[in-house]
Design a protein around this ligand. Structure first.
Ligand SMILES: Nc1ncnc2c1ncn2[C@@H]1O[C@H](COP(=O)(O)OP(=O)(O)OP(=O)(O)O)[C@@H](O)[C@H]1O
Ligand SMILES: [Mg+2]
Length: 416
């Protein structure tokens, strides 16, 4: 029985003609088959699955083209755009509000996700480029296929080719076995090329070749291997400037940036800050097994006005830090020292100046006490009686200490 070769054009080469051919082969297989064994049925089923994937891929592409060319219609408010994204079950591992620039980026990501078009994401450090790459993968037809991340800035030049394309045993000193590279691992899935601006020129030439031919060769091998890999690249560099400086190939830039997304820095989407703070307060509370930390009005003012050179990553770190250090309510004193406003620095740190020795001791001892209680409750999963027994302490005294620190044993209880 002739079953068609699944190596027929896939990915970007997929067309209606190729699809029809596959359907015809499947039909004639069925028409002329007199008996079908289980094995044959399995094969046909697999072919039907491939066919279904291809149809979906084509329809996604079509929808993307339609969406790009669609009439904007009456302008939607940012709130409506946000709601519409959520209503369309847009997968996003984070939070987003009504910021128009962020919504622009998310809408483009949503439309680009189901296609195989390469996407270039740029933006300052910590603006969410990697998250965006995962979003593009998760919202596309390859979501259940591999997502492979490569940090182009972290691979020594000498290992780059082997890392990306694999090698044959004995290809170079240290190549003890055959090894497949990242492109092969990402076959049918997505490869995320992070820090693409760090890729040295020889690596850029090799990457360009793969983008053009959809084929790779392992180092030390003559065999060409087809790879069907969706590419998302990210950089915090200005690639156009690198092109002017002769450090980045223009042809590669155009290959990578069919869809180009720029993530705005947090200081240019300040309206998102309260949402992000609330999101991370909850997340940190869960991670630290505590109630979400509250914030004083002056701390909130600071957090809303701060410039966040490290963008969302920095905000996240600040919230985790204050959730760890503060009791019920965080204040300016729980900010990292290097960004704390001078006035607050004067209040909290002057142990040697304004605070008496006993006051400084009390603060230090309180902090140690809280950390100790937290550890104890974690170890006993919130069983106060057990903790009192372990520490040979009066149980009601232990309860008083918990109350003093605003801690609740039930927050440490594990779900059955
Ligand atoms: N909209 C968002 N909601 C919640 N968290 C977010 C959002 N955007 C980004 N983050 C978080 O911010 C942190 C930084 O994001 P990410 O690592 O994607 O940034 P990046 O641009 O790749 O940074 P870098 O250039 O330093 O590699 C991550 O913890 C990520 O989960
Ligand atoms: Mg990153």
């Amino acid at each position: 029985m002739k079953l068609f070769n699944q190596g027929i054009p896939r990915g970007s080469a997929m067309s209606y003609a190729a699809l029809l051919e596959k359907i015809e082969i499947l039909r004639s297989t069925l028409r002329w088959a007199t008996t079908l064994q289980r094995d044959d049925i399995e094969k046909l089923l697999r072919q039907a699955n491939v066919l279904r994937d291809d149809v979906m891929q084509l329809s996604h592409k079509e929808r993307f083209v339609q969406a790009v060319g669609a009439e904007p219609g009456p302008a939607k408010s940012t709130g409506e755009r946000r709601q519409a994204l959520l209503a369309r079950s847009f997968v996003f591992e984070g939070t987003f509000g009504d910021n128009p620039r962020l919504l622009d980026a998310l809408e483009i990501a949503e439309k680009a996700a189901p296609t195989d078009l390469p996407v270039l994401v740029d933006g300052e450090s910590g603006t969410g480029k990697e998250l965006m790459a995962k979003v593009i993968h998760a919202n596309g037809s390859r979501a259940d296929k591999p997502y492979i991340s490569v940090n182009c800035g972290a691979i020594p030049d000498s290992l780059l080719e082997s890392e990306l394309f694999g090698h044959k045993k004995g290809a170079f000193t240290g190549a003890a076995t055959d090894r497949r590279g990242k492109f092969e691992s990402a076959h049918h899935g997505t490869i995320f090329l992070d820090e693409i601006g760090e890729l040295p020129l020889p690596g850029q030439v090799k990457l360009l070749r793969v983008l053009q031919s959809h084929e790779i060769q392992r180092v030390g091998s003559d065999e060409t291997i087809s790879v069907d890999t969706r590419i998302v690249a990210a950089t915090n560099k200005n690639l156009r400037r690198l092109i002017e400086q002769g450090l980045f190939r223009e042809d590669l830039f155009y290959r990578l940036s069919v869809i180009h997304l720029t993530l705005p820095p947090l200081r240019e989407r300040k309206d998102e800050i309260p949402l992000l703070i609330a999101y991370y307060c909850d997340e940190a509370a869960e991670a630290l097994k505590r109630r979400p930390v509250k914030t004083t009005a002056r701390l909130r003012d600071f957090l809303l006005g701060y410039a966040y050179p490290g963008n969302i990553r920095e905000l996240r770190n600040i919230v985790y830090r204050m959730s760890c250090l503060a009791g019920e309510t965080a204040d300016l004193s729980h900010l990292p020292e290097d960004i704390r406003p001078a006035a607050a620095r004067g209040q909290v740190q002057p142990a040697a100046v304004a605070l008496s020795m006993s006051e400084a001791k009390r603060i230090a001892s309180d902090e140690a006490e809280r950390a100790c209680l937290e550890r104890g409750l974690q170890e006993t999963s919130g069983a106060v009686a057990e903790l009192a027994r372990r520490w040979e302490m009066n149980r009601s005294h232990l309860q008083i200490l918990l109350k003093k620190h605003g801690m609740h044993s039930k927050d440490f209880r594990k779900e059955a």
